[in-house]
Design a protein around this ligand. Structure first.
Ligand SMILES: C[S@@+](CC[C@H](N)C(=O)[O-])C[C@H]1O[C@@H](n2cnc3c(N)ncnc32)[C@H](O)[C@@H]1O
Length: 270
């Protein structure tokens, strides 16, 4: 594990790690968007690809099945165990690493493509995450990621969760800032050229707003942690959070599908 002991955000990352441990069931949904990101990143056979915040490895396995030589890295060992099983079933070799996007265990200029599907956005310091992702990318290589915009369902839901949580340590950027193209441009800066954006929609089945909430409470790190905390300390506040969640998700639920629109970014390292 490459999280350093002098990391000022070690406790925050420990909490992320515990929160995401139960995410595996959502791979049924992120499998579909993984193919979309692999296409957006223009991954081809023979390329060296790194998937950061790989979770159960949906993007990594998709890229490996195209013939890319893939490494996948994630904070959460429970998800990496599932990722290993996914690559075994798909009969592809992937180099899996437990680690932190803010401290990547790779030499500079190693990869042709660095991707992240809703992964690197959860690192506390965007500048550190992006400089690491660019450090391990070859000049002329592609960085590409999918992220949740702040003004749409998932971004609004994370803002709601944040409003109930104790404030994070100073210096932690809200994850959905990564879904704003202007902020993405600023963060990538002049280290890249040819930034291209696209948008896509994750379609998530749900029988009711309450079903959507229940799924998030069981799988999505920040929601799971909040519900754990409020269940122990403040059931009334928990009930209020649940009502507010259901009001937001109802705006996006139609025909038993929650529309979760997101941003995709691609750029070339100069
Ligand atoms: C929403 S899940 C996405 C997982 C996967 N990419 C997918 O699309 O199914 C977010 C992932 O980011 C990982 N993560 C959060 N902070 C991280 C960090 N600092 N370094 C590496 N991975 C991190 C979590 O462990 C989790 O697997």
């Amino acid at each position: 594990m490459t999280m350093t002991t002098d990391d000022p955000f070690a406790a925050f990352k420990q909490m992320q790690k515990a929160g995401w441990a139960s995410f595996a069931p959502l791979q049924a949904i992120t499998t579909i968007t993984a193919a979309r990101l692999v296409e957006h990143a223009r991954i081809r056979s023979g390329q060296r690809v790194l998937d950061v915040g790989c979770g159960t490895g949906v993007v990594a396995v998709t890229a490996a099945r195209l013939g890319a030589k893939v490494s996948g890295l994630d904070l959460t060992p429970e998800l990496l165990a599932e990722a290993r099983e996914n690559s075994r079933i798909a009969m592809v070799d992937i180099d899996w690493h437990e680690g932190d996007v803010e401290h990547l265990p790779f030499e500079p200029n190693t990869f042709d493509v660095v991707v992240s599907q809703f992964g690197h956005m959860f690192a506390p310091r965007p500048d550190v995450a992006v400089s690491e992702m660019l450090r391990v990318l070859k000049p002329g290589g592609t960085i590409a990621f999918s992220t949740w915009p702040p003004e749409l369902f998932v971004g609004r839901m994370f803002a709601l969760v944040g409003s109930y949580m104790p404030p994070p340590p100073p210096g932690v950027a809200p994850a959905p800032q990564w879904g704003d193209p202007n902020i993405v441009r600023q963060r990538l800066g002049d280290a890249v050229r040819d930034i291209a954006f696209d948008r896509a929609t994750m379609l998530v089945p749900a029988l009711s707003p309450q079903h959507s909430r229940t799924t998030m409470e069981r799988t999505a790190g920040p929601v799971l942690k909040l519900v754990e905390m409020l269940s122990a300390n403040d059931p009334e506040k928990l009930a209020k959070f649940r009502r507010e969640y259901e009001t937001i998700v109802a705006e996006y639920l139609e025909d038993n599908i929650v529309r979760q629109d997101y941003l995709m970014t691609r750029a070339i390292k100069v």
